[in-house]
Write a protein that binds this ligand. Structure first.
Ligand code: C5J
Length: 223
């Protein structure tokens, strides 16, 4: 039908019914992409994530124009840290821990400037924003119910970081029966080799837990 397109992807092209497809943009937050946030406190070079912004913006613009459901996610915790497991807060040797004050407010806390989505990809008022305490977007959130309500079967997945929150969310979604297509140039990692391997893991073995495509293929298929 007119609502279905064939999207070039690996390991195989995939037919997508756009009325049953959502664009999911994972954790494109100032805390991960800008200096002074959670990502940098862990010792990462946050400039490595910048490459994903323009491709994400292009796909987001096309999805908005095509009327495709858009979902944004944000990783973070309540101000009292009641949803932050001590095992997560205590881990490693960061320069600042979750909840500590930083230049963009308290690190990884809901409502603080650093927790919000970067201006270039800022959600529109009618778009869905899922706040999640974990790496996966299904754990302890309303995402599953929301996707079911909208009749979603397929996810186009963008965001950061490829091997952490993107991979975890795609694994969760795959087990729940969603077809997940990860857009390679719309994702990024602090570790280029983890980005590469994170994508290869998804599409290996005939697409063991998803597909991999890119922004150019999506723009072409949506046109
Ligand atoms: C991380 C994420 N890397 N959004 N979070 O801690 O991938």
């Amino acid at each position: 039908s007119a609502t279905t397109s064939l999207l070039a992807a690996e390991p195989d092209p995939i037919a997508l019914d756009w009325t049953a497809t959502a664009l999911v943009i994972i954790d494109m937050q100032r805390d991960f992409l800008e200096p002074g946030g959670f990502g940098e406190t862990l010792g990462n070079d946050v400039s490595r994530l910048a490459r994903a912004v323009a491709p994400c913006a292009a796909v987001l613009g096309a999805a908005r124009e095509a009327g495709i459901l858009v979902v944004h996610t944000r990783e973070g915790h309540l101000p009292d840290l009641s949803d932050a497991p001590p095992a997560k807060v205590e881990r490693g040797a960061p320069s600042k821990r979750i909840g500590d004050p930083g230049p963009m407010g308290r690190i990884l806390i809901r409502g603080e400037p650093g927790h919000d989505i970067i201006p270039t990809l800022y959600p529109l008022d009618d778009e869905i924003v899922i706040d999640k305490p974990g790496k996966g977007a299904f754990y302890a959130t309303e995402l599953g119910d929301t996707l079911q309500k909208y009749g979603v079967e397929n996810l186009l997945v963008c965001g950061v970081t490829t091997e952490v929150c993107v991979n975890t969310t795609v694994r969760e979604a795959n087990d729940r029966g969603y077809r997940c297509v990860v857009l390679a140039d719309c994702c990024a990692s602090y570790f280029p080799e983890f980005h590469e391997m994170g994508l290869r893991m998804i599409k290996a073995q005939g697409g063991i837990f998803g597909w991999v495509s890119d922004s150019a293929a999506v723009l072409k298929a949506m046109a």
